[in-house]
Ligand binder design. Structure first.
Ligand code: AMP
Ligand code: GLY
Length: 425
């Protein structure tokens, strides 16, 4: 297949590596194109000069280059209506249209859909003034959960016992729109991805990410500092991973997909359910309309079903004919290497050494998040720079490989968490 992947992060690199790992028999490997990509993606796919958020440009490129399938990585092209434009022209695309993508972009829309679908979630209040924010905070009590109602790259949320800090956070975002104050939900978090063709869903294997910047879940929220999959401890709570996945499919994914379809905004793409396993049952904290980052980097290396087959079936409404996706028993751990100053004010432009040696360790590969070529070398171009991804037969093995690999990489001032998957066995 000729596949165009939109996006520039480690998630997109993971998607591309998964597509290229398929043994497609006589047909040979897929031809994969990426826009805009990064220096790591450029080693594996053909970078093309197409603006990924310009619906017309993407559609023209796909037509002129006989693209069989477009895979949209980040939310920005979804919000820009790129999937709508491609679908209008009959080009298979994995990614929801603008209206359905609001499940991610508008937390208020997501809450309304969950209400209609009867999906378990925490209580939330939409506030437009400071006094409304304060009243809602006092109604729910500490810890306070305050969110911007829009895209904020994972940084729009504060969870804190400090009432004054929560108010300051709310004020920063009140200027740009409404605020959501939520009931605090306690329990472990799980990210579960569903492929959807608008009607049928197929679950992938669960993962957990580490959102805080520092070890021990200290420091500010980030886009994600590491992840692992599968989650062996789910079996203690639910009997098996399969039983957990079946419950979330029945209580969360299917009702949401049905509700969106009934409202005339079918969801074709990746439904990301961010869940908290409370003592009161499984509750949704957020939906995303795209693959999670960095969870994708640990889910896809374990996927044995060809990814292109699943994405194409979702894009063309034939997911019902697909078997449940099959995963290897191997485990995967990813650790994110971040620039100095991330997430507040990352320092970029510094050179990165040792990436090839880091990828030489058995079971390890490097997914690039924000890199550019600088002659024969590499420089960091963003906050999250590289993801070391290690697969192993145990978490101890995968962790050891990941951290050995990281020790071979040098980026001045960089930081990473040292406790990714440390408590999993
Ligand atoms: P979100 O952007 O909504 O995913 O929130 C980012 C992170 O904040 C989540 O992954 C949780 O760790 C935390 N969080 C968000 N909402 C809640 C909540 N209602 N209760 C507890 N933690 C939350
Ligand atoms: N890992 C969190 C996200 O992708 O939004």
């Amino acid at each position: 297949m000729r596949i165009l992947v939109l996006g520039s992060g480690a998630r997109e690199h993971a998607i591309i590596l998964s597509l290229l790992s398929e043994r497609s028999g006589d047909a040979g490997r897929h031809d994969v194109f990426a826009a805009p990509g990064n220096a790591g993606i450029a080693r594996d796919a053909t970078i093309v000069a197409v603006d990924p958020v310009d619906p017309g440009a993407v559609t023209t490129f796909a037509n002129e280059h006989a693209i069989d399938l477009v895979v949209i990585g980040p939310e920005a092209p979804l919000v820009a209506g790129v999937a709508d434009a491609l679908r209008d022209r009959g080009i298979p695309v994995f990614g929801p249209g603008r209206a359905a993508a609001a499940l991610e972009g508008s937390k208020a829309f997501a809450k309304r859909i969950m209400d209609t679908a009867g999906v378990p979630t925490g209580r939330a209040t939409r506030a437009q003034t400071e006094s409304e924010v304060e009243a809602a905070m006092d109604a729910y009590g500490a810890p306070y959960v305050v969110k911007a109602d829009g895209l904020a790259a994972g940084k729009g949320v504060i969870v804190t016992d400090d009432r004054a800090a929560a108010l300051v956070h709310a004020k920063t975002y009140l200027d740009t729109g409404a605020i959501l104050v939520e009931e605090f939900l306690a329990g472990p978090e799980v990210s579960l991805f569903f492929l959807s063709d608008g009607d049928t869903v197929r679950a992938l294997s669960p993962a957990q990410d580490f959102k805080r910047a520092l070890d021990g879940d200290a420091g500010p929220n980030t886009g994600g500092m590491g992840a692992y999959s599968p989650l062996p401890w789910l079996a203690d709570r639910y009997g098996s991973e399969e039983a957990f996945v079946a419950e979330v499919t029945r209580t969360v994914a299917e009702p949401v997909i049905r509700t969106l379809d009934a409202e005339g905004t079918p969801f074709i793409g990746l439904l990301y359910a961010g869940l908290i396993l409370t003592d009161d049952g499984i509750k949704v904290i957020e939906f995303n309309a795209r693959f999670g980052d960095p969870e994708t980097q640990v889910v896809l290396p374990r996927l044995r079903t060809p990814l292109s087959q699943l994405l194409m079936a979702a894009a063309s409404g034939t997911l019902e004919d697909q078997p449940q996706p099959d995963f290897s028993d191997d485990v995967a751990v990813t650790v994110v290497l971040a620039s100095e100053g991330y997430p507040e004010a990352p320092i970029t432009g510094r050179s990165i050494e040792g990436v090839d040696a880091a990828g030489d360790i058995p079971g390890v590969h490097i997914a690039h998040a924000a890199t550019a070529g600088d002659g024969a070398g590499l420089i960091a171009t963003g906050g999250r720079v590289l993801n070391v991804v290690a697969v192993g037969s145990t978490f101890a093995e995968a962790r050891e490989r990941a951290y050995e690999s990281l020790s071979r990489i040098h980026l001045d001032g960089s930081h990473h968490r040292t406790d990714i998957a440390a408590r999993v066995s």
